[in-house]
Design a protein around this ligand. Structure first.
Ligand code: GDP
Length: 314
């Protein structure tokens, strides 16, 4: 019973990797470069699948220096990624500020319509239309509402989830009439009584384990501060239960090095990834974002599209 309830992309097929270079880094010298090569790579791949198209993807290029290198074993290959094919080198198919390789399933990344559907207090009450969905979860104050609003380009959509009485609910938003973004209760709110905190955990865990159309959880981690124990616990629980997960590092615009040994976002990010790696057989996908600069917004939507389109076809 347990296994049948797991999401469909629970088993990521391992791609054949025939890359010889040990390290890939993001190009320093190509301004529009990284993303435009990614999208044109996606377009090239999409020519083989005419039913998928990247529609007016708006690209905001933030010129940044690469901060670190990612080894091939630490890249995330979506299911059914043919690493060796295509005219583009692998390094040009990695989404900016992430370890995510773009697959032939990427497309439909534009949000044209977003509407609140309903708030549910348990998994059984969630919409039964079978649309694929992505759940956003994170510690209170991690920037979840800001990210949700930034993804749908609306200032106040996520306010619905902040209304009294809705903060402990599973809030569904329908996007383009074809998929759901799901806002889950923030965890670790210090002022909440212990019983309430435990209840939230139970209820979101039930959702993760029993929602068949959950394509992936997006776990938000604040990259402007060091890893918190509760975040590590959450990530390890998802990893151990083999729930497909993408880590979204938030507040990556907070670049100022803090006093008393404070670290920069990319250092906190690397620390976090190292701490959780033992809980995952293969590297989970991760992406850097900021709701202030909109860094990572288009990339998240493209990543969601490739997971969703794969899910719909299998
Ligand atoms: P939630 O409790 O997880 O929904 O978090 P909110 O979206 O309400 O954000 C909590 C606080 O963090 C607010 O003061 C936001 O303005 C701030 N915040 C959210 N996202 C970002 C970000 O990307 N960069 C910065 N610098 N601040 C952010």
């Amino acid at each position: 019973m347990f296994v049948t309830h797991l999401p469909k992309i629970f088993f990521y097929p391992k791609p054949k990797i025939i890359i010889t270079s040990a390290l890939l880094s993001k190009s320093k010298t190509t301004p529009l470069s990284h993303f435009s090569s990614v999208t044109s790579a996606a377009n090239t791949l999409l020519q083989q699948t005419p039913d998928l198209q990247i529609k007016n993807l708006e690209i905001e290029h933030v010129q940044e220096k690469p901060h670190f290198k990612i080894s091939v074993e630490k890249l995330f290959f979506p299911p059914d990624t043919d690493v060796s094919s295509g005219s583009r080198p692998l390094s040009s198919r990695i989404l900016k500020g992430s370890n995510i390789v773009l697959s032939k399933y990427a497309g439909d990344a534009q949000v044209e319509q977003a509407e609140f559907v309903k708030s549910s207090v348990e998994t059984e009450e969630c919409p039964s239309d079978g649309l694929p969905e992505f759940a956003l979860v994170g510690r209170s104050n991690v920037g979840k509402s800001s990210l949700l609003n930034s993804l749908v380009r609306r200032k106040k959509l996520a306010l619905t989830s902040k209304k009294p009485g809705k903060t402990q609910c599973i809030n569904h938003f329908r996007i383009n009439n074809s998929w759901h973004l799901v806002d889950l209760p923030g965890y670790g709110y210090a002022a909440a009584p212990h019983e309430v905190r435990t209840d939230w955990a139970k209820f979101t865990k039930d959702y993760f384990l029993n929602r068949p159309n959950l394509v992936s959880v997006f776990l938000l981690i604040d990259a402007s501060i060091p890893a918190k124990r509760i975040d590590l616990e959450y990530a390890s629980w998802l990893g151990e239960n083999k729930i497909p997960m993408t880590i979204v590092f938030t507040k990556c615009d907070k670049r100022k090095k803090k006093k008393n040994g404070g670290k920069r976002p990319e250092e906190n990010l690397q620390d976090f990834l190292e701490l959780i790696q033992k809980f995952f057989q293969t590297a989970p996908p991760w992406i850097m974002t900021s709701s202030v600069t909109n860094q990572g917004r288009d990339e998240i939507l493209l990543h969601m599209s490739q997971l969703r389109n794969y899910w719909l076809k299998h």
